[in-house]
Design a protein around this ligand. Structure first.
Ligand SMILES: [Zn+2]
Length: 224
């Protein structure tokens, strides 16, 4: 187990991650052992991340992995490999000081949208307020999964808090795990609403629908 003198918040962050992974699993945003989530430790130069091959509802203090931002994997109670997506998690923490947590799940509505090559529209006022825009990141040029090379450039824009990976899943980032998890939930909810809207519009032969211009009444008032 990593040194709790160096990481006094280690168990607190592990327990937060375990609870958030369970929430994500219970909501059906992630089944089987796919997806991953991580949280930055107060020391700033290391994270806790889900191991590869372990389900969101199977995370424990023993199987979670601690990895330094320079890529060094610290010894853990169970010698498992960190998530396959470790590199993109490390990449995002390195380029964005405001990111302290990442939730990445293969949520079906969002992934379906992205796999059709469609960016999910910010069609609810809450999505506009909380996310603003969720770019679609295509597969790697060789047809493989998106890596740090495709994902980091998108998040270099400090306004970006969420993105959707074609044929893969969604990413929410935040200052805390619950903030990142809320974004993962909003992405999926928005994709579901977008699908209902688009299906009904196609069925009724409707070409246009309103999109909100402001996320909150205060924003709308301020713009007058
Ligand atoms: Zn994934």
């Amino acid at each position: 187990m990593p040194d709790t003198t160096r990481f006094p918040d280690l168990f607190e962050k592990m327990d937060d991650l375990i609870a958030m992974a369970e929430r994500c699993f219970q909501q059906g945003l992630q089944t089987n052992a796919g997806g991953n989530l991580s949280v930055r430790l107060d020391a700033r130069d290391a994270i806790v991340i889900k191991p590869s091959g372990v389900g969101f509802n199977e995370c424990t203090r023993e199987n979670l992995q601690v990895v330094q931002l320079d890529g060094e994997i610290l010894p853990s109670a169970q010698a498992l490999k960190p998530s396959k997506d470790l590199d993109f998690h490390l990449g995002l923490y390195r380029i964005r000081d405001d990111i302290n947590a990442i939730v990445h799940c293969h949520s079906p509505w969002a992934t379906g949208y992205a796999s059709a090559g469609l960016e999910i529209p910010c069609l609810t006022v809450q999505t506009l307020e909380k996310i603003g825009r969720m770019p679609l990141i295509p597969l790697s040029p060789n047809g493989g999964p998106q890596t740090e090379a495709e994902i980091s450039p998108v998040f270099r824009n400090p306004q970006i808090r969420a993105a959707v990976l074609a044929n893969h899943g969604a990413i929410g980032v935040g200052k805390t795990l619950i903030a990142a998890q809320y974004l993962a939930e909003i992405i999926e909810e928005t994709a579901h609403i977008a699908f209902v809207r688009d299906t009904l519009m196609a069925a009724r032969g409707k070409a246009q629908a309103d999109l909100p211009q402001y996320g909150t009444a205060a924003d709308a008032r301020a713009a007058r």
